[in-house]
Structures are given as structure tokens and as C-alpha cells.
Design a protein around this ligand. Structure first.
Ligand code: GDP
Ligand code: IMO
Ligand code: MG
Length: 428
């Protein structure tokens, strides 16, 4: 109970948006702390689907939302999203949404660089979302990034764009043989939207601190998943930020003792978009069936998601890295029709068993999963709202995941809608 962090335990798209939307009812503030519009979080409310890429999913429940300093923000996408929400009668005005003055801005040249890098890599490409996320975080680390605070000083802003673009254009032209960008055009584009953005800028850390002091409850919305974390994931097939729960503190300017509950979102199976190792990936008819039943297409890029069995090496890794205090198990209904369901309990590598996630991609790529097989329940679970009404085999499957991960499954999700949820323990 208390301030709660929601993070993905796998490779993203676990259903974070649905759970954040659901839990937002009991929250006062909802905060994004990392990533950018590479995220695609889907909410289904009264049968209507809403996808958010940047603005915290808590906006649907009309809670005060914050984009923390750790997020990289494409301001053009942000304004589109604000307009999209407004058209759907959701208030995303500066009264409802604040953006950290320290958050970095994704500029048009970041997107151009993202695309050029991927093209040059050819078959070795990471399969990024092409949103300029990596190049923007690079500029942050090399200390030439442009932050929201810079929008408040037009002369400095122009100067920074000029310095950055001079270097980017040289690199685009000479290293990538890619099209360059026109300085005046970039400046004009940014100046055109600047005045709409300024009312949203705030010192988010200070507001969150005041909120905590006055007893407000905070909900932190992670993006991506633990195994896409830049340090703990399947490097280099990862995103460019720290995805793990600890970054909820750093990426929003809140001290770590304020993070009271850490809920890991875990699909009842596994999916991955983009390239990179995926030990339990299925290449057979069952994989296709899960992909179809689960409608596994990316919410951001529309790409078909790779599908496989639940991997406990992955989930245990996430439990340790994030200090999970609970799990929300999602998309359980997708497994309703299967005769048998497998759980990977560990890996085998060159005749040896491996229980911890290996750092070397070459090792991980050659790991074969060790499975245990569970009987399916062959029953529609999507209408069930009480835990005890779940079929016995479903409850056994859930109990086994709890046993293998040593974490309690506090929420079970059986459909995309907000209502299609079984709450076993109240959170927030
Ligand atoms: P996120 O990135 O973690 O927020 O997840 P996405 O929104 O990208 O992908 C999850 C998809 O599964 C979305 O289309 C959700 O509407 C859907 N979804 C979430 N929970 C469930 C569930 O329990 N059952 C089913 N069938 N779909 C779900
Ligand atoms: P949500 O929040 C799934 C993946 C991309 C690619 C890698 C790097 O919806 O779970 P990037 O554009 O970040 O440089 O791409 O990370 N990726 C995601 N996969 N869900 C996401 O977000 C993702 N965000 C990035 O497919 O493999
Ligand atoms: Mg997603």
C-alpha cells in the first residue's frame, strides 16, 4: 500500500496501460519516469480503445499526470496526443498535465539518426521503434541535449539547435550518406509549437514532493519491460533507458523510500517486438494461435509480436531487479483454448543448467528452455471476476508461477477491458 510503481517484467507490452488505468482510480498523481513515445499503452474503457504513447495512462481517469525528468519527449507527438485526448473529451490541459523542465526533447534530427543507424546496421539492426529515443538519450549523456527548460530562452534554444545540427548534419551526410536537415526549418518548427508547450513546464520533482508531504498517493507508470533495460536487458537489443523500478525515483526526482509497492506486469506467456534473443519463442502453430488470440501486434509500430511460453528465468530476474512486491498476471484468457501450457523453469546451455539470466548474448542465444507441462483449462475465463470461480487448472497454473517466482500474484487480468480483472489484494 502507498506509492506504487508499475513496471514490465518481460520485453514490454505486458498490459501496463490497462493496469495503470485500473489502479489510477485510487491514485492522486500518475507519473511517467523513463522512455518516450516508443511506448504504446492500450486502455479499453466501456469498449472504447485509447492508446497513449507519452501522457500517463492515468489521464483517462482524469488524475493529475506528470512526465518526469527521465522521459524523452517528442513535443510534436505530445501535442498530437493532447489533441487526440481533447477530441475524446479527456482534459489534458496544463492543469492536468505537467512536464519536467529537466526532461529532454526529441528533435527531428534524433529521428533521422535513429533511422540512418538502423539502415546501416542492415541484418544486425535492433528493430527500434524509429522514434529517435536512442539518439536523444545519447545527447543527454554527452551533455548537449535540449531540455524543456531551454524553451524558456529563445536565443539559447536557437544556439543549441544550431550547434547540435551542425554536428548531426555532418554525421548524417558523411557517415550515413543520409539526407541532412535544414537549420532554419528545424528552428521554425520548434518555435511554432514552443508557446503551446510552455504552460506545461514545471519543476515536477518539487510538485511530487509537496504531494507526498500532503498525503497524496503516487502511481508510477513504467514503459518497456525489464529485459529491454539498457543495463539489465538483452544488451544491445534493448532500449536506451533504465526500465527497472529503481529509476522511478531517479526519473521523476523522488527519493527511493517513497516507492512503497512495486507491481511487475507479466503476461501469462511471453512476447517480444524487434530483434534480440528470446529463448522460449515459439515457431509453430501454437505460437501462431497465441499471436492471433492475443492480437499480438505492436501498439506503436503495428509490428507482429513474437510469441512464446512464460519464462521463469525472465520473471525471477525481474523479481530480483525490481524488488517486486506483487505481480499482475495479464492476458490469462488468451490461453483458454490450449490443451497444454508450458512454463520454462530454467535453461540448459552446453549440458549445464542455467537459472540466472546470462549477460552474454551469444550464451543466451544458445540456451534451450527446460519446460514443465501443465494441463490447459479449456474454459472461457474472460467473464470471471472472482478468483475462486477460476477453473482449478487455472488456479494451479497461477499458484505454480507464484511458487517459482516467490512473488504473490495480486491481480489477474482476463480481458483488455478495465472491468475484466480479478483483484486478489487491493493496491494503493
Ligand atoms: P503495455 O505496453 O504494457 O501497456 O501493453 P500494450 O497496450 O502494448 O499491449 C497489451 C495489449 O493487450 C493491449 O492491446 C491490451 O488492450 C491487451 N490486454 C491487456 N490485458 C489483457 C488481458 O488480460 N486479456 C486480453 N485478451 N488482452 C489484454
Ligand atoms: P511498451 O511501453 C515493446 C523495443 C523495440 C526495440 C527496442 C529498442 O509499449 O511496453 P527503441 O525505439 O526504444 O530504441 O527500440 O525496444 N521497444 C519496445 N517493445 N514495448 C515497448 O514499449 C517498447 N519500446 C521499445 O521494439 O526492440
Ligand atoms: Mg505497448
Amino acid at each position: 500500500m502507498g506509492n506504487t510503481v508499475i513496471i514490465g517484467t518481460q520485453w514490454g507490452d505486458e498490459g501496463k496501460g490497462k493496469v495503470v488505468d485500473l489502479l489510477s482510480e485510487h491514485a492522486d498523481f500518475v507519473v511517467r519516469f523513463q522512455g518516450g513515445n516508443n511506448a504504446g499503452h492500450t486502455m479499453v474503457v466501456n469498449g472504447k480503445e485509447i492508446i497513449s504513447h507519452l501522457i500517463p495512462s492515468g489521464i483517462i481517469q482524469q488524475k493529475n499526470c506528470f512526465i518526469g525528468n527521465g522521459v524523452v519527449v517528442d513535443p510534436f507527438v505530445l501535442l498530437e496526443e493532447i489533441d487526440y485526448l481533447t477530441e475524446n473529451n479527456i482534459d489534458a490541459s496544463p492543469e492536468m498535465l505537467k512536464i519536467s523542465d529537466r526532461a529532454h526533447i526529441i528533435m527531428p534530427y534524433h529521428k533521422r539518426l535513429d533511422a540512418a543507424r538502423e539502415e546501416k546496421k542492415g541484418d544486425d539492426k535492433i528493430g527500434t521503434t524509429g522514434r529517435g529515443i536512442g539518439p536523444c538519450y545519447e545527447d543527454k549523456a554527452t551533455r548537449r541535449g535540449i531540455r524543456f527548460a531551454d524553451l524558456l530562452d529563445t536565443d539559447l534554444l536557437k544556439e543549441k539547435i544550431e550547434t547540435n545540427l551542425e554536428e548531426k548534419n555532418f554525421y548524417l551526410e558523411n557517415y550515413h550518406q543520409a539526407e541532412t536537415l535544414d537549420l532554419q526549418e528545424v528552428i521554425d518548427q520548434v518555435l511554432e509549437i514552443k508557446d503551446r508547450l510552455i504552460p506545461y513546464i514545471a519543476d515536477v520533482s518539487v510538485i511530487l514532493f509537496d504531494g507526498i508531504t500532503s498525503g497524496k498517493k503516487l502511481l508510477f507508470e513504467g514503459a518497456q519491460g525489464t529485459h529491454l533495460d539498457i543495463e539489465h536487458g538483452t544488451y544491445p537489443f534493448v532500449t536506451s533507458s533504465n526500465v527497472v523500478a529503481g529509476n522511478a525515483a531517479c526519473g521523476s526526482g523522488v527519493g527511493p523510500v517513497n516507492l512503497n509497492e512495486i507491481i511487475g506486469i507479466c503476461k501469462a506467456y511471453t512476447t517480444r517486438v524487434g530483434a534480440g534473443p528470446f529463448p522460449t519463442e515459439l515457431f509453430d502453430a501454437i505460437g501462431d494461435q497465441i499471436q492471433k488470440t492475443g492480437a499480438e501486434f505492436g501498439a506503436t509500430t503495428g509490428r507482429r509480436r513474437r510469441c512464446g511460453w512464460l519464462d521463469m528465468v525472465v520473471l525471477r530476474n525481474a523479481a530480483r531487479l525490481n524488488s517486486l512486491t506483487g505481480i499482475a498476471l495479464t492476458k490469462l484468457d488468451v490461453l483458454d483454448d490450449l490443451d497444454e501450457i508450458k512454463i520454462c523453469t530454467g535453461y540448459e546451455y552446453k549440458g549445464k543448467s542455467i537459472n540466472d539470466f546470462p549477460a552474454q548474448i551469444s550464451v543466451l542465444s544458445q540456451c534451450t528452455p527446460v519446460y514443465e507441462t501443465h494441463p490447459g483449462w479449456k474454459q472461457d475465463t474472460s467473464g470471471i471476476r472472482n478468483y475462486d470461480d477460476l477453473p482449478e487448472n487455472t488456479r494451479k497454473y497461477i499458484a505454480r508461477i507464484e511458487e517459482l517466482s516467490n512473488v504473490k500474484i495480486k491481480i489477474v487480468s482476463v480481458g483488455p477491458g478495465r472491468e475484466a480483472t480479478i483483484i486478489r489484494e487491493q493496491i494503493l
